[in-house]
Design a protein around this ligand. Structure first.
Ligand code: NYM
Length: 230
């Protein structure tokens, strides 16, 4: 009955392509929030420290092979195993900043193709295991062109870090972005999706991120944590 008692901290996800500066900006943001006296927890997916995360890590480093369906479900399970912790933190007033989430899960898996270039996993199949996860209040999608990404020294050595794959991943993210902005039913729900031009200088991007995040953190959020895509 006391409306203020249901106030909680916001759940903020930073998504984006490889080489988009996402991880740098995520840790800058977390530091800046902490520095402003905001109780903050930085979460990263995949969380490579859990037993499931170790299987994912080994797969990404090509130290092991897994069926495409199986590894997709491991990525999702890795989020589900942390979901109760995320909910608890938000309710307790801790702002959660998350580096990658279910949107990466769909974008990367749905971009895997066979030798003929046909998709290995349907888009909707990729979404299903993540339906019902804690929904972010805000997603900042770090978009960057492959040319800019290349200027930044190219991709690393892990699985998926190849140009054709990254082009498909970018398209998949754009499809998700459209959905999150326009389709109320399967898309946005309680989540606000903002695309950030990550091809600009680090300080410019940092300023934009702060402008988007600061009011949400200062104001807090009313009501329980929503469920993604329900
Ligand atoms: N990735 C990440 C997926 O394929 N599915 C997922 O659900 C998530 C969270 O793992 N190339 C991919 C994206 C990256 C790789 O991420 C490792 P990072 O942020 O480089 O540790």
């Amino acid at each position: 009955s006391n409306p203020t008692s249901s106030r909680r901290a916001p759940f903020i996800v930073i998504e984006g392509l490889d080489r988009s500066g996402k991880t740098t900006q995520t840790s800058k943001l977390a530091q800046r929030l902490e520095g402003s006296g905001v109780d903050t927890k930085l979460v990263k997916f995949p969380d490579r420290t859990t037993p499931i995360g170790k299987m994912i890590d080994s797969y990404l480093r090509s130290a092991s092979d897994l069926d495409d369906h199986a590894v997709h479900l491991l990525f999702s399970a890795n989020r589900w195993e942390l979901a109760p912790t995320i909910e608890r933190l938000l309710t307790a007033g801790t702002t959660v900043i998350c580096d990658r989430y279910a949107f990466s899960g769909i974008a990367f898996s749905a971009s895997k193709v066979d030798a003929e270039g046909a998709p290995l996993l349907p888009f909707e199949w990729c979404r299903s295991p993540d339906v019902g996860l804690p929904a972010p209040d805000l997603v900042l999608f770090f978009d960057i062109t492959p040319e800019k990404a290349k200027e930044r020294g190219g991709y690393g050595e892990e699985r998926y870090e190849k140009e054709e794959m990254q082009l498909r991943v970018r398209k998949a993210f754009h499809r998700i972005a459209e959905e999150m902005g326009e389709d109320e039913k399967v898309g946005r729900g309680a989540t606000r999706w903002v695309t950030v031009d990550a091809g600009r200088g680090m300080d410019e991007v940092e300023r934009d991120v702060w402008t988007l995040v600061e009011p949400l953190v200062r104001g807090g959020v009313t009501g329980p944590v929503a469920k993604l895509w329900t």
